[in-house]
Design a protein around this ligand. Structure first.
Ligand SMILES: [Zn+2]
Length: 309
């Protein structure tokens, strides 16, 4: 079966301002990489906007309204020091969350075995009532809630290999034993959460922090010894991936030393668990990654592995 890619031109129109690392050029670089002939077999679909009710499964409804009303008609508005919105940000944020829901629907319908959402703004730092870290709505958590609510799934997992801890996803999953969150990330680093002692309920949160300068060997050990065994024990009916590529050694925002082939390796391992546990059902969405060349190459390695499933 095929791999789907969900994206939308509106996601390029979210402009956080000159010099901001979470730039429209990021998504352009990812999409350009996926234009290579080897990716001709991908099926591309436009990401629909999420319904506000879908987002309100993980954020209070008045938070959703507040974010959309904060979008300026011109210029920029800073929700916090580094989370900046501009006129195109509302539609981009709705389509970023909607992409993950549509990807879930397509995979559940058997239209594809897996999917990658090439969207921005990213989502994993967005807490229930707080936008932060370039994130407005928690796209992956919206997708996980959609898998449960719209498809009746009872065990849904997110694995997050972005270099930053997915504090927002963890907060949303914290006391719900039907949800699993496993994360590798650099520590210490923004946002400061993600220690091994943060374990949620029934061990449904598994944090595997990595020291600055850790590379392929440490990442693969953390995945093989901590994240993947816990994920397998959880027995997910659907696996989501918060695919941030800022742990790459070229990334300017952190100091881990992953390579493109680490992302291919991790993707293949996650697909193996998905194959055993849930007929291969897996949806991945773009989070961080701020060196354009590393981001493009790493995304390509990730999607190449998805297509090989
Ligand atoms: Zn990140």
């Amino acid at each position: 079966m095929t791999t789907l890619v969900f994206t939308h031109s509106a996601c390029i129109k979210h402009e956080p301002g000159p010099g901001h690392p979470e730039s429209p050029a990021r998504l352009k670089a990812v999409l350009a990489a996926l234009d290579a002939p080897e990716f001709a077999g991908l099926e591309r679909r436009e990401a629909p906007p999420a319904e506000q009710a879908q987002i309100a499964r993980v954020h209070p409804a008045n938070y959703v309204t507040m974010i959309l009303e904060a979008i300026p008609a011109s210029g920029y508005y800073g929700i916090d020091a580094d989370t900046i919105v501009s006129p195109g940000s509302g539609e981009a944020a709705l389509r970023a969350a909607g992409a993950v829901c549509a990807a879930v629907d397509a995979v559940m319908a058997g239209e594809a075995s897996n999917a990658f959402c090439a969207v921005r703004p990213p989502g994993h730092h967005a807490e229930p009532s707080r936008a932060m870290g370039f994130c407005l709505f928690n796209n992956i958590a919206v997708g996980a809630a959609h898998a449960k609510a719209a498809h009746g799934l009872e065990r849904v997992a997110v694995v997050d290999f972005d270099v930053h801890h997915g504090n927002g996803t963890q907060a949303m999953f914290w006391d719900d034993p039907s949800l699993f969150f496993g994360s590798t990330h650099q520590m210490p680093l923004y946002p400061g959460t993600g220690s091994v002692t943060e374990r949620g309920i029934d061990g449904n949160i598994v944090n595997a922090p990595l020291s600055p300068m850790a590379g392929s060997a440490e990442f693969r050990a953390a995945m093989s010894e901590r994240i993947l065994p816990a994920l397998s024990r959880f027995g997910p009916e659907f696996i989501f991936v918060s695919a941030g590529f800022d742990a790459h050694e070229a990334d300017p925002l952190a100091s881990l030393r992953f390579h493109e082939d680490d992302y291919a390796w991790a993707t293949t391992r996650l697909l193996e668990v998905a194959e055993k546990s849930c007929a291969g059902r897996l949806v991945s969405t773009l989070e961080g990654g701020y060196d354009l060349s590393a981001l493009a190459n790493s995304s390509a390695a990730h999607v190449r592995a998805l297509m090989a499933a």
